[in-house]
Design a protein around this ligand. Structure first.
Ligand SMILES: Cc1cc2nc3c(=O)[nH]c(=O)nc-3n(C[C@H](O)[C@H](O)[C@H](O)COP(=O)(O)O)c2cc1C
Length: 375
């Protein structure tokens, strides 16, 4: 008797997000633009626009672009409540009745109630069990857990520990993220009870990604997961990225040295940071009197968008930062979003079919043993 294993890929995620496969393309600053979301949606996945880094004046245009290209609002918007245009993100998600919003530091109960009233699903990303519980209490419709191996800002709990913990503790559907790039990974997440997987790095490393070729080449080249590591040197938070000369210099420097690097990069792109020479010298003098380590961190944090743009938009991978999950080391080539999504779905079905076939084998073996014992 043949079985339709694709039915196992229909989950609360595909039902509620209205997509064909239980595969989410997460938001990534300066990467998850309208084109990436369009490619994901057309291939049957669910994509999030990176609302935290799309300029306020362009955000509505990007939303409309996806709607026009895909014929609907079956995609999501990611934002953080601490960004300047957070209220605009909330209003636009509601106005265009987007299917979902995702966020780290999330909106309050009142804002979540507005989303619910408009039918916009709230899907926060969490890196620890206690954050998952809090998110559910605030009204999350689904939760994405991101294990520590995931890219960008990330927690310290691996996916293999965090996923079962959260699955056991909450009733809403859980999406697994952090380290996924294969159908085997999707099959394992579904078998554990997740509603699907979400991936950042794998979608960044596609031919549909807007990231410049020189920077993408760096992602493809990395083959040692230890070289995709967490640093606190950029903004004091756990930030996973590919090791590069900029990060090495930053980490090796003394507090005063770090301050100089921070100010130098701020100065190099002063048009963007708006830093004058006088201001720069003032910060330096003040820092020497106070705590150069703390001041360099503040300057570096403010610089972060500039450092990200240098590598992710302008294409200078050694001069900025390269946020990435460890899974980049397991990805050897760029593929289209469609190939990634369809390949993962097909491999997951094969895995689940193989698991089921084992049951058949064991049943047959059991029958043989019973027959032999009876004889
Ligand atoms: C280049 C890059 C940029 C990211 N930017 C954001 C962001 O702006 N907002 C956010 O919530 N998560 C961001 N993340 C985290 C991803 O959305 C996602 O949760 C993570 O990549 C999942 O782990 P994976 O990389 O192993 O797939 C970023 C990740 C990467 C790799």
């Amino acid at each position: 008797m043949s079985h339709d294993f694709s039915a196992l890929l229909r989950t609360p995620l595909t039902e509620r997000l209205g997509c064909r496969f239980p595969i989410v393309q997460t938001a990534m600053g300066w990467v998850a633009d309208a084109d990436l979301v369009i490619a994901t949606t057309r291939a049957g996945g669910f994509g999030f626009l990176a609302g935290a880094t799309i300029e306020a004046g362009k955000l509505e245009g990007e939303i409309r672009k996806v709607i026009e290209a895909t014929g609907g609002s079956n995609f999501g918007l990611n934002f953080h409540m601490f960004q300047e245009n957070a209220a605009q993100c909330v209003d636009l998600a509601i106005q265009y009745r987007l299917r979902a919003v995702s966020y780290g530091r999330g909106p309050d109960k009142k804002t979540i109630a507005r989303f619910k009233e408009a039918g916009v699903l709230c899907i926060p990303t969490v890196g620890a069990l206690k954050h998952a519980l809090k998110a559910v209490e605030l009204g999350a419709d689904m939760i994405t857990i991101q294990g520590g191996e995931g890219g960008g800002h990330t927690g310290g709990v691996p996916t293999t520990i965090l996923l079962p913990q959260v699955l056991a503790a909450v009733k809403v559907p859980v999406i697994a993220a952090g380290g996924y790039s294969t159908g085997r990974g999707l099959a394992s997440a579904l078998a554990a009870g997740a509603a699907g997987i979400a991936m950042g790095t794998r979608f960044l490393m596609t031919t549909d990604s807007p990231t410049p070729p020189a920077t993408l080449a760096r992602y493809v080249k990395v083959d040692d997961p230890q070289k995709v590591r967490v640093t606190l040197a950029v903004d004091g938070m756990r930030h996973r990225m590919i090791e590069n000369p900029f990060i090495d210099r930053l980490e090796a420097a003394s507090p005063v040295g770090r301050l100089l690097i921070a100010l130098k990069s701020a100065w190099a792109w002063k048009q963007q940071t708006g830093m004058s020479l006088g201001h720069m010298l003032g910060v330096f003098r003040q820092a020497l009197k106070e705590d150069p380590g703390a001041v360099s961190q503040t300057v570096m944090s403010a610089n972060q968008p500039v450092l990200l743009q240098r590598s992710m938009v302008e294409g200078f991978p050694d001069e900025g930062i390269l946020p990435s999950g460890q899974v980049a080391a397991a990805i050897g080539e760029l593929e289209s979003c469609a190939d990634v999504i369809h390949g993962i779905a097909a491999e997951a079905e094969d895995c689940l079919a193989a698991l089921y076939a084992r049951l058949g084998d064991e049943t047959a073996a059991g029958r043989r043993a019973d027959t032999e014992a009876a004889a």
